[in-house]
Write a protein that binds this ligand. Structure first.
Ligand code: UT7
Length: 349
């Protein structure tokens, strides 16, 4: 059975840099608070009308395809991971297919939030190993800036997120001990509402009776996204930050250790750990817990913030471009986020 290798990688971030001080225009916060609690100095925001989740994904995909030495016509399957899609439906996979003039191939959308890239990588790995596809284009992209509460009410979330996209081309390789060694996926829906965006959604009476208690029958057609929901800020993400933080610092090391022990390896063997860029404090905690040296962990949250599904491929690409990942290196990817869903992947570069 072949293994799955990353044949090409690329990323794209919008030109528009938004510093912590820029956010002071909208909300009560401070550069000091944001840097101290998250490690973020600045993030990128997409152009409001000219850039979308899909167009950023296309830019990252073009680079990954060129670096893989293939053409758009060679791509035989698309996987697109995002929680900030251009449309509620259809997904971004088909929009990217159209924008890149690709032939009539399958396109799958994955909405596993922060762990979206790891989930997508695992799905792609199964397709490649079974011989079903030879060139899978996996794109992860987010345009968070379009749907955040920029008032003081939403500051615990809005200061964290940034926009950007990453992409990889995955191919089979017959080389032993090369490419993806294993992937590990987990979820636990018990705390699904701890980090969530409820609308537009069909949950109304079921999960959140209080949200619709004061609606009358005349509004029934508006349940999907009503004026009242917008007035109550239910069209923005909400998060119990400290609770998510506490869970993340347990699950990150656990799922990394799971990947290492599955492959008879230890933390000392890791060449580069790319943790999902949720909060620098979480990454630092994981580094400490696994006793990793600074040069074993790559973070770029200070420049780009948390780009959810896109954060791992953006960081992976940056680390590789900076010469921090070389042939034969052991690379560990790990993510934790909304759902909760979490996962890891171990790769021999
Ligand atoms: O990628 C998806 C997964 N997400 C995560 O992994 C995020 C995990 N959580 C976190 O990273 C942290 O919980 C946050 C960075 C979101 C928040 O940091 P925190 O240290 O947990 O702050 P907190 O929510 O406990 O709030 C502490 C205080 C509160 O004020 P009071 O009640 O103590 O007066 C907040 O109102 O900080 C206040 N606060 C802010 N102050 C200035 C919250 N956000 C801000 C802000 N600027 N942006």
């Amino acid at each position: 059975m072949p293994q799955t290798k990353i044949a090409g990688i690329g990323y794209y971030v919008p030109e528009n840099i938004v510093t912590n001080n820029d956010l002071l225009k909208h909300m009560e916060t401070s550069d000091e608070w944001i840097q101290e609690r998250t490690g973020i100095k600045e993030r990128r925001y997409a152009h409001r009308t000219e850039e979308t989740t899909t167009t950023m994904g296309v830019e990252a995909a073009k680079i990954a395809i060129e670096r893989a030495g293939i053409t758009n016509d060679d791509v035989d399957f698309i996987i697109f991971a995002t929680i900030s899609p251009d449309y509620y439906f259809p997904g971004c996979g088909v929009l990217l297919q159209r924008a890149m003039n690709m032939k009539e191939i399958g396109a799958l959308d994955i909405r596993n939030q922060c762990s979206g890239f790891i989930y997508a990588l695992s799905v792609a790995d199964q397709f490649i190993k079974t011989g079903m596809y030879k060139n899978i284009l996996l794109v992860a992209s987010e345009k968070h800036s379009f749907g955040l509460d920029f008032s003081t009410r939403g500051r615990n979330i809005s200061v964290i997120f940034g926009d950007g996209a990453g992409a990889v081309v995955l191919q089979p390789t017959e080389e032993k001990n090369r490419g993806i060694l294993s992937t590990h996926l987990h979820s636990d829906g018990a705390n699904a509402e701890m980090l969530a965006m409820f609308n537009p959604g069909t949950h109304a009476n079921h999960w959140m009776p209080e949200a619709v208690a004061d609606f009358d029958e005349a509004e029934i057609g508006e349940m999907f996204m009503s004026h009242a929901m917008i007035d109550k800020a239910q069209n923005f993400p909400t998060m119990d930050g400290p609770a998510v933080f506490k869970k993340a610092i347990v699950k990150f090391p656990e799922v990394i250790m799971e990947a290492l022990s599955k492959n008879d390896l230890t933390a000392k063997d890791i060449g580069t750990l790319i943790p999902h860029q949720a909060n620098l404090r979480i990454a630092q905690f994981v580094q400490q817990k696994l006793q990793l040296r600074d040069d074993q962990v790559f973070n770029n949250i200070d420049k780009f913030g948390n780009t959810t599904a896109a954060s791992i491929p953006i960081a992976l690409c940056e680390a590789w471009e900076q010469g921090k990942i070389n042939n034969g290196d052991l690379v560990c990817l790990a993510a934790f986020g909304s759902g909760f869903t979490w996962g890891s992947a171990l790769l021999r570069w």
